[in-house]
Design a protein around this ligand. Sequence first.
Ligand code: SF4
Length: 389
Amino acid sequence: MHLLESWVRFSLADNLEIPRTSQVNQANSLILLKILVILCVEYLKGKGAQINVANKFSKQFVSTDDVDGQDEELITERPKTEIFYESPKKIISYNTSPDINMSASINPYQGCEHGCVYCYARNSHEYWGFSSGLDFETKIIVKKNAPQLLERTFLSLNYKPQVIMLSGNTDCYQPLERKFKLTREILSICLKYLHPVAIITKNSLILRDVDLLKELAEQNLVQVVFSITSQDESLRRILEPRTASARKKFEAMRILNEEGIPAGIMNAPIIPSLNHHEIPSILKEAAKNGARFAGYTVVRLNGQIQKIFKDWLIKNFPARADKVWHQIQQLHGGQVNDSEFGRRVSGAGETSRIINQLFLAAKRKYFKNEALANLDCSKFRKGGNYTLF
Ligand code: SF4
């Protein structure tokens, strides 16, 4: 993209003879020309990341920049999804981050076809030898033995139950779940052993499992969070291309709540100047569809996500890119990445204060009776649903 910008500047200054007296006109023309050039660069529809970036653990990397500076992407075809199978030895991951409520999680899939460009899980794809860019959304690792491993864990003598998050890293209802049904099997095992589980998803495929969720909910063993970023379909399609639309997620939220399955909303991530103005309308719609609770997080761009997001931002919002980038920096003490507990999810400074006020005002207005019981760990049955008497 830097090459592209240099080319635009070169063309403007030396080839188009724009009157140098008018700086405003020159700036406007620059933006227009940028847009025109960007429109000519092939855009991979249906993908969030538009590039692959170097894996910090790999010695070699195939660059997508033309070495002769022609701004010609080497990725010319739409990458297809590839599936890789993995048989891990353990299935529950634990973390000790103080700003995450639940410390146990299961991820039956690594990588996520939903392709959200801002996804923090992208970086974890590097541990598998892949890029956090396009690879993350096209090379998906499937842990086929996840349900069996979970059952074995539940049967081990020293296992102590605590709420398991499905999924802490990638989405357990991403498109491949339709084929593999690992999440469904995991829910069946949670039901068999009466183990509590919390689910966060950006897909309405969860409706397929209403039967199991309903039984879990009757025992206070499940909560569902729908992660919703925008009601603007033109934004969602480029920002998180293979997720369900907000309309579908609100509908799923309504159905779950009507079935007695407590479901709420995570308005995340908030990206200043892209979706922050939607906070009130999203919370209003969530409340209308029975949401029992609401939360939010702000965007942060750790590791390689910086490059992926910046490339995406300039390609999609050339006129607004600098402003958005600067505001993300304001949220995180001058950086776009942030690993400081607490600040990394809510941000700090003026931009964070505006977002927080907007959220709290909407929450006060639409979520007057927010109340959520803790899930029940006391019912856990080590022997499953088979008893001798
Ligand atoms: S749905 Fe979640 S895990 Fe999947 S790409 Fe989007 S943010 Fe990442």
